[in-house]
Design a protein around this ligand. Structure first.
Ligand code: MG
Length: 456
């Protein structure tokens, strides 16, 4: 069956694949799936936000839903609102970190969690079969505005960190809002925490004039420079919808997401004298080593934050997240939360009295490599089967793709959920060995793909 939903919602280039027709009908399907009730809707700062949101609102209203419009909000703000309020679910118009010509539709359930696969498939079924619920004139509801969601979100974060200790430390920080939805929440959150904050790209602008909205090192040159040239103890960068946070240490050095994930995981497990940490199989072993050495346990899942969040909830995990800066704090809510992640790192600095660079020395050093190999979607499952027999007899984990475990490292080969390609990850404590493993993974997957394409 053709699928609409990728790892985090439906995405596409605006007015090419992401059209008002798709937004309307998909929202009719979502409204039908919810069976009416209150549905929250929000968006990030993209130029197409109003157009797609209006289409989406029409679709929801035609299915008899009451629409509560939160306007521009970070994704975790809408998710918290849905979790705490009386809602059937919510829709977020966002393409997260994608380039400005993209937009997307993300659906959240009544608990504010990203929709699970079964829910997405049920919505897709309604969409493709056009079995839309269409109510009569007497049952149309209204669109109402909600202007309190951001205040409630900030208050909830403040309730989950040691505000007094942070205020005493009065940290200087630099915040890069990426011209995205974070402009509404993070500057105010930092002010309430008593931080002295220098703001970058804090003007909402869906053309992303500051830099592309993915918080990766190559996009954060300005943030690193400003932190290095000031007495700031921390740089914080969000993606377009502010569900992710990545950090820059006091020297202006970029902190890879797996390191901040491992550091917070370790500190959480220490604080709670144990507990489970959940992360996808693609995460660096630095997380597992930091967690297990501190008396905690690790649970690996397939790639995708909706999966991580649900496993966390089912297992009562103390913390979880992804290496891209998507961190989930269960005491707050079961979704990635950029504002909460920023507040937690600021708290960690304040309580330890140490610099971020020295705290990060607690995280074990691993070298990892990532490669992409093109593979037509039609043969992905066949190639994946071939992969399993290729590694027969070796210690493997097949949670997502095939992960081969060696005494001194691992290779993970997994099909992308959204693009025609396989991803190869390799990791070892030795840089040379990591490269060897990556080359091995690339060789095997390339041969498998070639033999299948030649045969067809
Ligand atoms: Mg995002």
């Amino acid at each position: 069956m053709t699928r609409l939903f990728g790892t985090n919602g439906v995405r596409g280039v605006v007015n090419e694949t992401m059209t008002i027709g798709l937004a309307t009908d998909l929202s009719r399907a979502i409204g039908t799936f919810f069976g009416g009730g209150n549905v929250a809707i929000g968006c990030d700062t993209r130029t197409s936000a109003d157009m797609l949101k209006s289409a989406s609102v029409s679709g929801l209203l035609s299915a008899g839903c009451s629409v509560i419009d939160l306007s521009i909000v970070p994704s975790p703000t809408l998710q918290l609102e849905v979790k705490n309020g009386d809602y059937s679910g919510g829709i977020i118009i966002t393409a997260s970190h994608n380039p400005p010509e993209f937009n997307g539709i993300k659906c959240v359930d009544a608990e504010g969690m990203e929709m699970d696969k079964a829910g997405e498939e049920a919505i897709e079924d309604i969409y493709f079969s056009k079995r839309f619920l269409t109510v009569g004139w007497e049952d149309y509801r209204n669109r109402e505005e909600n202007v309190d969601a951001v205040d409630n979100y900030i208050s909830s974060i403040l309730g989950n960190v040691d505000v007094e200790s942070i205020k005493r430390a009065k940290p200087n920080v630099v915040l890069d809002c990426a011209n995205g939805a974070a402009y509404l929440s993070s500057p105010r959150l930092l002010e309430r925490l008593g931080c002295e904050t220098v703001l970058l790209n804090e003007v909402p602008d869906g053309t992303f004039p500051g830099h592309n909205s993915e918080p990766i090192q190559e996009n954060l040159a300005e943030l690193m420079e400003v932190v290095a040239d000031s007495d700031a103890v921390l740089g914080i960068a969000h993606d377009g919808d502010a569900d992710r946070s990545v950090f820059v240490d006091e020297n202006g050095d970029y902190v890879p997401g797996d390191k901040s994930l491992a550091l917070i995981a370790k500190r959480t497990v220490e604080e709670k004298s144990g507990g489970l940490v959940v992360t996808p199989v693609s995460s660096s072993s630095c997380v597992e080593e930091a967690v297990t050495k501190s008396g905690g346990e690790i649970r690996y899942t397939a790639v995708g934050s909706p999966i991580v969040a649900r496993v966390m909830k089912a297992t009562g995990a103390v913390f979880g997240g992804e290496e891209n800066g998507g961190l989930i704090f269960p005491e707050h809510q079961y979704c990635r939360d950029g504002g909460m992640a920023a507040a937690k790192v600021i708290e960690l600095l304040a309580l330890s009295g140490e610099q971020l660079s020295s705290l990060l020395q607690e995280v074990p050093v691993y070298h990892n490599l990532k490669k992409k190999i093109h593979c037509p979607n039609e043969i992905k499952s066949e190639v994946l089967e071939g992969l399993s027999s290729e590694f027969e007899g070796k210690e493997t984990d097949t949670t997502d793709g095939v992960k081969v475990l060696y005494p001194d490292g691992w290779i993970l080969v997994r099909p992308s959920g959204t693009e025609p390609l396989f991803r190869v990850f390799a990791e070892s404590k030795s840089q040379g060995r990591a490269k060897e493993l990556a080359d091995e993974g690339v060789r095997i997957i390339t041969e498998l793909i070639e033999s299948r394409t030649k045969g067809s």
